[in-house]
Design a protein around this ligand. Sequence first.
Ligand code: FAD
Ligand code: HEM
Length: 376
Amino acid sequence: MPSDMQLLKENLAVVEPVQDKAVGYFYATLFRRNPEVRSMFPLVMDVQRDRLFRALTSAVQGMDRPESLVPMLRQLARDHRKFGVRPEHYEVVGRALIGAVRQYSYGDWSEEIEAAWWRAFTMIARTMIDAAAEVEHEPATWQAEIVSHQRRTLDIAVLRLRPDAPYPFEAGQYTTVESPWLPRVWRSYSMANAPRPGNEIELHVRRIGAGWVSGALLRKHQAGDVLRLGPPRGDTVLDRDSPRDLLCVAGSTGLAPMKAIIEDLGRSNTTRRAHLFFGARLEEDLYDLDGLDDLAARHPWLTVIPTVSHDPGYPGEQGNAAEVAARRGAWQHHDVYVSGSPAMITAATALFRELQVPAGRIRYDSFGDTGIVRGF
Ligand SMILES: Cc1cc2nc3c(=O)[nH]c(=O)nc-3n(C[C@H](O)[C@H](O)[C@H](O)COP(=O)(O)OP(=O)(O)OC[C@H]3O[C@@H](n4cnc5c(N)ncnc54)[C@H](O)[C@@H]3O)c2cc1C
Ligand code: HEM
């Protein structure tokens, strides 16, 4: 008898090549049968519309690794409170999901496969429903006033926000932001500071091409505006018990969580050293050198190395942050933290693996996908 896992993986291999069609079918049936859930989703759903579907299928594939899947599902459930998700919505999503995979299995379907899907989905839904119930006492969202908005380059701004209630995050985590200009369109931004007494958080936002939320945050918003935040997310936090020195590698606004982690380290550190490589394409994109000078002046154990990859005339270190780091040291005994675009993370992790840094000591949050989509 094949196991549930085997059945599901074989079935997903059939559906994956036509996943786009399955996603379309999933949303069409979900919204037709349950019009009330349509208002939880963005008005226009072309950008990143496959995230929920991909997450559901990847969660099912990750069921044989509950030690990583369950914590992710718990964070996701806490986050889903911001959409207004209630326990009864899980079954309707399950029906639409399983209906879509059945439809795009093109007859390669059986009662056993359907039963395996329901068992997997029920376990995922139960984990999320229970986790959401445990945090019922905390706000589902926070209103956060922009207390300062500094345009540092044409495409990068540093925003300081003050949430309307204590925001319980750890240095290295990210928040999700909804602009009133773009209702129900949520994007992730990393906190650039460790928690502070005034409850303020700093975000570093880089505008991506025609990007919706980054464009609004850069160009439309100003001090005094109010944004909505979801709960904090992410596991790329400082390992306080580790005795090892730190290597932090940041591409562009990937600097934000690295600064937070270093600030956190600064609160207790007596013995660990840290190197921070901060990379940009051009010198003018090194948008926070003054802030980094301050940090290095306060923490003698910190060395900051800015790097520039696309200006042969730059007098300092040439290359992207990971390449320069690789040239400058032996890092196999360090804890390595990497933050930036998906391409940068992929290249940097491969490079540090080649340099014999054990995989378990390389931590990152890619600015592309959130954990559950990336991790499985
Ligand atoms: C965990 C996490 C943390 C993040 N932290 C930060 C942060 O601190 N600062 C920050 O500036 N951004 C951060 N991001 C990226 C951010 O969440 C958005 O993806 C980014 O601002 C683009 O959103 P948008 O709505 O402007 O663009 P969209 O409207 O979503 O996208 C517009 C177009 O750009 C493409 N695109 C989207 N994102 C990227 C990208 N990163 N690189 C290249 N092309 C892209 C899309 O495929 C689409 O074609 C983080 C992302 C994640 C997952
Ligand atoms: C059953 C398990 C579920 C899983 C694993 C899951 C997973 C996800 C993931 C990973 C995302 C992408 C956003 C992010 O990473 O933060 C997402 C978005 C979303 N989910 Fe879920 N989800 C589940 C159930 C539900 C249910 C029951 C609802 C209610 C109808 C729901 C509504 C949404 C909405 C509204 C979005 C935002 C979509 C968008 O921005 O396009 N989800 N979900």
